[in-house]
Design a protein around this ligand. Structure first.
Ligand SMILES: C[S@@+](CC[C@H](N)C(=O)[O-])C[C@H]1O[C@@H](n2cnc3c(N)ncnc32)[C@H](O)[C@@H]1O
Length: 177
């Protein structure tokens, strides 16, 4: 088995798969959050989206890091509620919008950073939406799975106890040419 996860491994090892979800819930490990923030270069005027936000940990961290606003998009109502509770506990609930919706149907044109821990096949399906809605200069960070057809401007590999995690940074207007 390779140290990097494949789609089949992710799909075969998780049980938390909400009906209608394109991807199961596998949270970004906490030890990766520093790397995500650094790669995304989160700054005060940022509007940070997580498409499929799970329990909200990445968006919560981004607003604690200084992003002016976060948007948590999650199809699973139990998870979006958990994200809301977690944001409340972290005292950042007033700076995050929670959308219990399908990310294919949510407008994302005000994003300056988009985070996606999805699957290659879903990233491929989202690509036309990213290309038509995002402004040039928007940073898109994906974990473990690339956006087929886009060129990453930076790739970071992080050794975890059981595998190598891979973060991809894309910039709209550069990566999609
Ligand atoms: C691999 S998890 C990542 C969770 C979170 N982004 C993180 O990194 O901790 C993917 C999430 O996407 C959600 N999801 C899958 N399909 C979705 C869709 N069509 N619209 C919104 N959320 C979706 C799942 O319910 C799951 O919580």
């Amino acid at each position: 088995m390779s140290l990097q996860w494949s789609e089949e491994e992710v799909l075969g090892t998780v049980s938390s798969y909400y009906e209608g979800a394109r991807v199961p819930w596998v949270p970004t490990r906490d030890e990766l959050l520093d790397f995500v923030m650094k790669l995304a270069r989160v700054k005060p005027d940022d509007v940070f989206y997580d498409l499929g936000c799970g329990d909200g940990r990445v968006v919560i961290r981004a607003v604690k890091e200084g992003a002016q606003r976060g948007v948590c998009v999650e199809i699973n109502p139990v998870l979006i509620e958990r994200a809301r509770e977690n944001a409340k506990s972290a005292n950042v609930i007033d700076r995050i919008v929670f959308l219990n919706e399908d990310f294919f149907k949510v407008p994302i044109s005000d994003a300056t950073v988009v985070y996606m821990y999805l699957l290659t096949s879903v990233n491929r399906a989202l690509r036309p939406k990213l290309e038509s809605e995002l402004k040039n200069g928007t940073r898109v960070v994906t974990l473990d799975f690339e956006i087929p057809g886009w060129k990453p401007v930076q790739v970071v590999e992080i050794a975890l106890p059981t595998r190598i995690a891979k973060l991809f940074l894309y910039i709209k207007g550069i990566s999609d040419r």
